[in-house]
Design a protein. Structure first.
Length: 186
């Protein structure tokens, strides 16, 4: 596939997502992404300085998808606690449905978000919506950390096979746990 230059960056990210989901993070390289996109091995360097920059662009897509999933789940939910529970379910569902992408988003290679402003901005959006809803409940940063730890941990335990049950049962259990935590906060 030959891709026009303006579309090449997006094509490379799309190919990287495919490789990540199919083969895992270790298989993701600029050369492999170029090969999958049908361009020269040097073409990705016109859009990404190195592999980490490509990974950051892929992680941005992940955070955008996570945010969209949380916003869709909370659409029309007026009660902050109910919105937080719905958002928690959406978060865990996202982790279960996108294990490799989630591991990239939250992995050590993406921990230094300051080096990638688009990544920092994308990662901040879900956290900002969480903080806003918790403020509406009268809760603060400790509650945000506790809820994030709950859904992050629940999601990782689910994709690592430590929790029994199918995906929907796990999502519902995560929602019940989030609700219990939020009742304690209130």
């Amino acid at each position: 596939m030959n891709v026009a230059a303006p579309d090449l960056g997006a094509t490379l990210v799309a190919e990287a997502l495919t490789i990540l989901e199919r083969d895992g993070l270790a298989a993701l390289s600029l050369r492999g992404v170029a090969r999958a996109a049908g361009v020269s091995a040097m073409a990705p360097y016109h859009h990404f300085a190195d592999r980490t920059a490509l990974l950051a662009a892929v992680a941005v897509v992940g955070f955008e998808r996570l945010y969209a999933a949380k916003m869709a789940a909370t659409q029309g939910v007026d009660d902050p606690r109910a919105a937080l529970v719905a958002g928690s379910r959406a978060y865990v569902r996202f982790v279960i449905e996108n294990p490799a992408l989630y591991r990239l988003m939250k992995g050590p290679e993406m921990a230094e978000r300051g080096a990638h402003p688009a990544l920092a901005a994308a990662a901040a959006r879900p956290a900002a919506s969480l903080a806003r809803l918790l403020r509406e409940m009268g809760a603060g940063p400790a509650a945000a950390e506790a809820l994030w730890a709950l859904v992050h941990g629940f999601g990782l335990l689910a994709i690592d096979g430590y929790l029994a049950g199918g995906p929907e049962a796990l999502v519902e259990r995560a929602g019940a746990a989030a609700d219990a935590l939020l009742k304690g906060v209130a």
